[in-house]
Design a binder for this molecule. Sequence first.
Ligand code: MF3
Ligand code: CO
Ligand code: CO
Length: 311
Amino acid sequence: MGKKRANRKEAYRPPAAEDAPAMKSTVTSRVGIVAIVGYVMLAVLVQVGTHHLVPIHAAGDYDGMRATGALAARTLAHVEPHIQPGVTTAALDAIVRDFIADNGATAATLGYRGYKHSSCISVNEVVCHGVPSTEVTLNAGDIVNVDVTTVLDGWYGDTSKTFVVGGEDASDEANRLVRVTREALKLGLEGCKAGARLGDVTEPIHEHLTRAGYGVVNQFSAHGIGRTFHAAPFIQHGKGRKGRGLLLKPGMFFTVEPMANQGVTATKTLRDGWTAVTKDGKLSAQFEHTVGVVEGGCEVFTRVPGTDAFI
Ligand code: MF3
Ligand code: CO
Ligand code: CO
């Protein structure tokens, strides 16, 4: 038996077998070293965590975030009365663009990774990154998320809100999805304060949404923000447990922006490379605030100044 196997091995050896071992061992050892270094780095990262990658801003930086956040919130309030049956999402985007420019700021999305618009406008089954278009007209009963990010004096303010087009005309189910998603953001932010953990923010969100029967999107994350659009920490709303995860400290700025699906959590991206839709074609809603951690809570930068409205 042993002999037979040895013979078979011999027979299958390729013609270049003489040279191959030396080459192969060099390649193998390089791959091996890369794998070992990669593994050690991963192990260190798991132990140490990624918290050292999360920028801690100075007390004075809150002023910049307040100004840009207020402008982002006012932009949504400004566009809201225009969200009516018959309007195109391109027309809404132009209103966003002009308002931001008139207030001495720019839209962060303009030119971002080739994106050519001042907002993302996501209708019905569009989860996020809906591309404004003259071809997309709103109808009574639609739900539509408008997501704006202002850059004012170098500071980024990111907020979004889902509106129901022609309120009474929308189905009870659409209205419920929008209401519950707004509640989820509120509950998450109630868990946000210095000394808390990221899981204290995300668990109330996914608990509330899953209890209501909705799918929580993990494909797209919330993110650190400040003088950059997207930074650590990257936050998955469907994951995390109370008392676990990143320790929240004053000076941390990030968004909280849960996306809730009526059906499955899975999404797919359309051929335009941006528009993310639910895999099953059912509705999706989202709300987003930009916040800064403070003692005893989180300051919500993206609230409309002078009003009591949460979002
Ligand atoms: N505003 C989105 C967010 O909440 C990002 C949009 S990026 C774009 O992070 F390029 F799609 F506009
Ligand atoms: Co965001
Ligand atoms: Co946004």
